[in-house]
Design a protein around this ligand. Structure first.
Ligand code: T4K
Length: 405
């Protein structure tokens, strides 16, 4: 099945009303059960216990650990501080190898802890770190590798584990996108020394703001708990330079309710993904980033690759056409971390730099999904994409007139 293209002059870039009267966001929070959140929050207020390891946080940690199948879950304030705590907890220094094609937090968490991120390219198919190139980037200063399971697709965990073992490096994973996903039938969250999840409002399961580290390492877990709470042992004794990384009871209330609704959210994401796939299948120059059908996925990101040579429109032109219709498609992730102002001058990366990252960061476009998006909306979005691409020269010229005006 495919959507029919409308006449290009009906598009909003031609001065018409947008297809959607309200903005359609990538990352609108899923909030299926407001009442249950409010009841949990009311309980916390009644107990006069709002953070510092309260019962909701403890329950959240138990449920995440059970879902992932690990001994320990350390719930924290957000995914970025979870990464920073992991860097500290693992005692990393010098350089750590990280993919350049990721959200900037993966790199920042290292740099914020005075560890230099060394940017590695990614695999063309999976968009995850290229284990072969990672090996070439190892220097005497390298202490670890941070893989990122982008879009919920696992890294080449086995090659990275082999490399880390041979070179005696720490291996840990940024699993911010990968809660509820598997690798070779095992839950992501079990691999490396530890893995880090984000439960930010834009994630399919979320706490508003939240994150967690999962591990089977008892000693590391103990250290992470210490570092999360200023390094306090008891009331008056501080044995390590820690931080305040604690999750609050209010965040855990949102997180637990989100977990209760996880199956519904994943089912909606999956149906949306399948609908996008059917509707966009035969549009020239458009490819939906696939999920590995052998694995369990959360389907929380719907990502297109736009090949401008075939589509006739660049990713940015297609994005502009969608934004004009109130479809706020996002360039996840553009540019590569190594090209961000914060790193451009000093970024350590191989020469010639990162061809797959360069290619993908020019082509990718994330589309709205989650409970806010119904299939009728997807048909309209796909119709806009089809109309824009089938009339690429006219749309291109309209966009350049708008830019000039
Ligand atoms: N590692 C990776 C690989 C990550 O992708 C992330 C975060 C992290 C680490 C760090 O985890 P956290 O420290 O964030 O827990 C968003 C999210 O803020 C970020 O969590 C996420 N990845 C990233 C991929 O996307 P932005 O800056 O692009 O978008 P933001 O937060 O402005 O939200 C996107 C859109 O969602 C907005 O335009 C409007 C809508 N929105 C957002 C919020 C917060 C809503 O409608 N309601 C809301 O409450 O980063």
């Amino acid at each position: 099945m495919a959507t029919a293209a409308s006449h290009w002059s009906s598009l909003a870039v031609c001065g018409n009303k947008p297809a959607f009267s309200e903005p359609l966001h990538v990352g609108r929070p899923n909030l299926p059960d407001k009442q249950a959140i409010l009841e949990r929050i009311a309980g916390a207020l009644d107990r006069h216990w709002l953070t510092n390891g309260g019962p909701l946080i403890a329950e959240f940690e138990r449920r995440i650990a059970a879902e992932v199948g690990v001994k320990h879950c350390i719930a924290v304030a957000n995914g970025t501080i979870a990464l920073e705590l992991a860097v500290r907890g693992l005692g990393l220094s010098g350089e750590v190898i990280v993919p350049a094609f990721t959200f900037i937090a993966s790199a920042h968490a290292l740099a914020w802890q005075h560890v230099a991120p060394v940017f590695c390219d990614v695999d063309r198919t999976t968009h995850t770190i290229d284990a072969k190139q990672a090996e070439e980037l190892i220097t005497p200063r390298t202490t670890g590798i941070l893989g990122v399971h982008l879009w919920g697709r696992a890294c080449d965990v086995e090659s990275l584990a082999d490399l880390a073992a041979r070179k005696q490096l720490a291996l840990f994973f940024d699993a911010a996108h990968a809660f509820g996903c598997t690798h070779r039938g095992r839950s992501i969250g079990q691999f490396g020394s530890c893995e880090v999840f984000s439960f930010h409002a834009t994630k399919f399961v979320h706490c508003g703001e939240g994150g967690a580290i999962t591990t089977n390492d008892d000693v590391l877990a103990e250290r992470l708990r210490l570092l999360r709470n200023f390094g306090f042992v008891g009331y008056d004794c501080v044995t390590a330079i820690g931080t305040n990384g604690k999750m609050s009871e209010l965040a855990a209330a949102v997180g637990l309710t989100s977990l209760d609704n996880m199956a519904t959210i994943v089912a909606a994401n999956r149906a949306n993904y399948d609908c996008y796939r059917r509707m966009l299948a035969d549009i020239a120059g458009i490819k939906l980033v696939p999920f590995d059908a052998r694995e369990v996925s959360n389907f929380q990101y719907v990502v297109l690759e736009v090949d401008d040579r075939v589509a006739g429109l660049s990713r940015d032109e297609l994005a502009a056409a969608l934004v004009a219709e109130n479809v706020l498609a996002r360039r996840y992730f553009f540019p590569g971390c190594h090209r961000m102002d914060a790193y451009r001058a000093s970024a350590k990366c191989p020469a010639p730099p990162l061809p797959i990252t360069e290619l993908l960061s020019e082509r990718v476009l994330a589309l709205p999904t989650g409970l806010q998006v119904d299939q009728a909306s997807i048909l309209r979005i796909a119709g806009i994409v089809r109309t824009a691409i089938e009339n690429a020269p006219a749309v291109k010229s309209r966009l350049s007139q708008r830019r000039a005006a």
